[in-house]
Design a protein around this ligand. Structure first.
Ligand SMILES: Cc1ncc(COP(=O)(O)O)c(C=O)c1O
Length: 396
């Protein structure tokens, strides 16, 4: 029996592939601090559960394929507050931002097509692109340059006749870098000039810590044909389990293709869409509170991390991740050792090894991604464990 080359081109998620080792560690009675996955511990706003409790229908019927009007309208209102007018047919509700990315890739890529992605990148981008027959064309960035990549010449050097799109996350996972309005203008102009889709993954939009408002690609009104926004309830409303996200575009040809994939999978879960509609209706003050909490966590985590000898890290400006370089030989070996052999007072930790965030895994071998999604005292303890673990690992 054979499996597809497309499946073979995909890797396991570095955020989850060490789960079997974790299960063994837990069996041994270890407490594991999870810094590997962007699963916030902040309660989902109560309006979501209330909306589900108040759902009065007798039948859980299929929703319209592109999403329930209640949610689509709530999303339109949310964007109107950002100064962006979307029509009902511009929004396609999906099972998380993940399915939105799948559907966009299935809609725009032919076999062998390329998508330019600044590196390090969110590892599942490879799964979405490879499963649609495409390939990531990495655009290397560095901590020294603040992960800056919005440079016309650097991007144009990667464009060829197979290039269909530029994809980035803003704020960036895993780097925490954010793109300025000027950066976005550069990307918009390149996309326009070369007829490329500009796919802006803005699932962390509200998590920016320097006091500035993040500019959305949606706010540029001259790239309607190029721009695709990926949005999600997961991080913004601490509602990862709702599995509600969306692809948003004004490009009619792309809308028609997205609609086919939405119809093919029939619909997204109804109750979660009802919950999501309530979430999108929340006042902006909700984000002020949550942002402050993440900012505090970032400070604790960054400060403690920088006290570890040999660690090199750039302070993230947004999202909720740090991408330090650690004084270790191999982050995957270190992770396995942490779960199989190490413990400090019965405790250990998980991170996402940097190898999964690069087209060439060697480039991320000494880096890890840490998600500061736990409460401050847990983060402090986790950084203490990391410090002790690095010393013991290197002394073996
Ligand atoms: C950059 C980025 N995009 C998209 C997603 C997908 O999230 P979801 O499918 O939960 O909306 C994630 C999840 O971690 C992410 O970090």
């Amino acid at each position: 029996m054979q499996v597809s080359a497309k499946a073979m081109a995909c890797g396991l998620s570095p955020m989850r592939k060490f789960n079997p080792y974790e299960a063994e560690a837990v069996k041994k009675g270890r407490k594991v601090y999870h810094l590997n996955i962007g699963q916030p511990d902040i309660p989902t706003p109560a309006v979501a559960m209330e909306a589900v409790r108040n759902y009065g229908e007798q039948v859980l019927a299929y929703a319209p394929s592109a999403g329930v009007p209640q949610l689509i309208n709530a999303v339109r209102d949310y964007y109107a507050r950002l100064g962006v007018q979307y029509g009902p047919k511009d929004i396609y509700i999906t099972a998380g931002g993940s399915e939105a990315l799948y559907f966009v890739m299935l809609s725009i890529l032919d076999e062998g097509c390329e998508v330019i992605v600044p590196e390090p990148y969110y590892p599942n981008y490879n799964t979405f692109i490879s499963s649609a027959g495409g390939k990531i064309c990495p655009l290397p960035t560095s901590a020294e340059e603040g992960y800056h990549f919005a440079d016309k010449a650097r991007i144009e050097a990667l464009i060829n006749d197979k290039t269909r799109a530029i994809l980035y996350s803003n704020p960036g996972n895993p780097t925490g870098a954010i793109l300025s309005k000027e950066d976005l203008r550069v990307l918009a102009d390149v996309a326009k000039e070369h007829n490329l889709y500009l796919i802006s993954d803005e699932v962390y939009r509200e998590f920016v810590y320097g006091g500035e408002e993040l500019t959305s690609i949606a706010q540029f009104d001259d790239i309607d044909d190029n721009a695709v926004v990926i949005d999600s309830t997961s991080k913004r409303f601490s509602a990862c389990g709702a599995r509600i996200g969306m692809a948003i575009t004004k490009n009619e040809l792309l809308q028609q293709q997205l609609n086919k994939f939405c119809q093919g999978r029939l619909a997204t879960a109804v109750l979660e869409q009802i919950a999501a509609a309530a979430l999108y209706g929340l006042d902006a003050s909700y984000f002020d509170v949550v942002r402050e909490e993440y900012k505090h966590r970032r400070e604790i985590c960054y400060q403690k991390l920088m006290e570890i000898p040999g660690v090199v890290c750039r302070e993230p400006k947004g999202a909720f991740y740090l991408m330090p370089q650690l004084p270790i030989d191999d982050c995957e070996k270190f992770q396995i050792w942490l779960l199989e052999e190490f413990e400090d007072n019965g405790e250990t930790l998980m991170f996402a090894p940097g190898t999964g965030f690069y087209a060439n895994p060697e480039d991320g071998k000494t880096q890890v991604r840490l998600a500061y999604v736990l409460k401050a005292e847990d983060l402090e303890r986790a950084m203490e464990i990391l410090k002790i673990a690095i010393e013991k690992y290197n002394a073996r």
